[in-house]
Design a protein around this ligand. Structure first.
Ligand SMILES: C[S@@+](CC[C@H](N)C(=O)[O-])C[C@H]1O[C@@H](n2cnc3c(N)ncnc32)[C@H](O)[C@@H]1O
Length: 71
């Protein structure tokens, strides 16, 4: 139902613990036919087609800046 977007989700979600459900809400107006995207988190099991594309300018700085470390 929802695809993943790293930076441009248009749907958010939260757990409703009391009722044991997950509530999804649109984060902005969505046009008819527009893809619905949530964040699946950072451990994806597929190559993210929505990931930002980084072009290395030569010194690797931009690539290094895109790496997210688990904490
Ligand atoms: C729950 S399905 C997503 C909804 C599905 N596309 C549909 O039409 O019902 C999850 C799968 O969609 C694909 N997918 C979702 N977001 C993606 C993304 N950003 N890049 C590539 N594949 C994605 C992956 O194969 C993932 O396992």
């Amino acid at each position: 139902m929802f695809n993943h977007s790293s930076a441009d989700q248009n749907v958010g979600w939260e757990r409703d613990i009391k009722n044991q459900i997950v509530v999804y809400r649109t984060l902005r107006d969505i046009k008819a036919g527009e893809e619905l995207c949530i964040s699946y988190g950072q451990r994806l099991t597929f190559k993210d087609a929505d990931a930002p594309q980084y072009v290395d300018e030569g010194d690797g700085t931009q690539l290094l800046g895109s790496i997210q470390l688990d904490t």
